[in-house]
Design a protein around this ligand. Sequence first.
Ligand code: CP
Length: 306
Amino acid sequence: MKGRDLVALWDWTGADVSALLDLADALKRDPASYQGALAGRTAFLYFEKPSLRTRVTGEAGMVQLGGGAVTQTPEMGRIGVRETVADVARNLERWCDVIGMRTFSQALVEEMAARSRVPVINLLTDLLHPCQALADVMTIREAFGELGGRRLAYLGDGNNVAHSLLIAGALTGMSVTVIGPRGFEPNLRVFDRARELAEVNGARLAYTDDVAAVAGADAVYTDVWASMGQEKEAEARRRLFLPYQVDADLFGRAAAEAIFLHCLPAHRGEEVTDEVADHERSRIFDQAENRLHVIKALYVALIRGL
Ligand code: CP
């Protein structure tokens, strides 16, 4: 994997995902054996949107591997405005070993990856959130031992998190059903592309507005109803999404051993009740922890190789 990018998971294979998760598991089990693995290496991290988990794990992960991280926000200069993306790439590749980007535009991350000679990691765009999906499937694999044949029900907006879960499920043989109100379906281009991958890997992908589809799911997942940049729509969305709130009754319709997942931050009392967020089968903070192990695995795999 040395030198590759993570712009979208559909550029990866199921074997790539599996190998990355194995490395993330090893980093979680025995972090000491990777101390100094990236000594002298530098990550450049760029955030156009707010972040807690991605920024802290992106910086801390590189430090824990013996390297360092430099973070830039738009106040310090917006990529593609002050100078061309190509020129920024040709600077960064002289100083840094990996570039992580959280942007509104997926095209900006793709352009940086095309221009840069060092790996580029998508830290969230309006379209995709692949690092989150890797931490999610790592958490599900920890709970059930394997992903093939498992069923995930995602409730809410067909957003970047839903998109990356669809692709991750398609690559790993895990079936994913997105359940939400009409008008907020996943992007059709993403859905069709994920479905092509799912057919190869034996997963089933579906979309419905019927909450009954949560029945028997192994993992119940939700996200905020209005994502970053959609704050003005929050009130209107609240009314439309209320039937999809994950409360104890809805969670109880999933499989008996089902786990609850949320990428966080959570708006408790909206998309999820306290009772479910803090349920004994909630794995939301394991997911957050696994963001650290996943980004460390990505740094090692993309900079040094597996
Ligand atoms: N889940 C996630 O990406 O968290 P942050 O927005 O805090 O980075």
